[in-house]
Design a protein around this ligand. Structure first.
Ligand code: FE2
Ligand code: FE2
Length: 193
């Protein structure tokens, strides 16, 4: 007499959905507070705090844009041409960071604060004009290191409560680390003033 192979075990209760919200509840929740746009009831971060943090980061990015442009226009000396190209590229990339942050602030129902009167007071990094080309590179390295620390802190605070904001900040952080690394390499091999 041949033995039947054992049937694979199936869950006895198909109503179990492993913690996922059922379709009717999802649909009902989406219909409530439609004016909140992309922000649904499952958003669990403190929205006002996230908007405030993003506005501080936005101020930082704009101060960095202005500092990089200042350095781009003022760079003089033997290495100026290649370093100027870095300053210009960074200015443009910081501008892109600002753009992404401002867009996210609006998605979260906030308003990007671009008031120039309070920009430097709200920025983490400083607007340092620098004297020599080497000074400029050093000031930019310091500003990038400040940005790296503040982005890392924001990412740790937000955690998994707002994964979209977290992902945006992580991509910006990666680019700030590249910026810092480029200046660190430049300073390592620096000859002269
Ligand atoms: Fe940036
Ligand atoms: Fe940067």
């Amino acid at each position: 007499m041949s033995k039947q192979p054992a049937k694979p075990a199936t869950p006895a209760d198909n109503s179990s959905n492993a913690g996922f919200t059922d379709r009717d509840t999802l649909r009902a929740a989406a219909r409530q507070h439609v004016e909140d746009g992309a922000i649904t009831p499952s958003y669990s971060a403190d929205r006002q705090t996230v908007i405030k943090l993003l506005n501080d980061a936005l101020a930082t990015e704009y101060v960095c844009v202005l500092r990089y442009y200042r350095h781009y226009f003022m760079a003089r000396g033997m290495l100026a041409e290649s370093v100027k190209a870095e300053f210009l590229e960074h200015a443009q990339q910081e501008q892109e960071h600002a753009h992404k942050i401002a867009e996210r602030i609006v998605q979260l129902g906030g308003e990007p604060d671009l008031n120039p009167d309070t920009l430097t007071a709200r920025s983490h990094a400083e607007y340092k004009e620098g004297g020599s080309l080497r000074d400029m590179v050093k000031e930019n390295l310091i500003a990038e290191r400040i940005a790296i620390d503040s982005y890392r802190e924001m990412i740790n605070y937000i955690g998994d409560r707002d994964t979209t904001t977290k992902r945006i900040l992580e991509s910006i952080l990666a680019q700030e680390e590249e910026h810092a690394d480029e200046f660190s390499d430049l300073l390592d091999g620096w000859i002269g003033d």
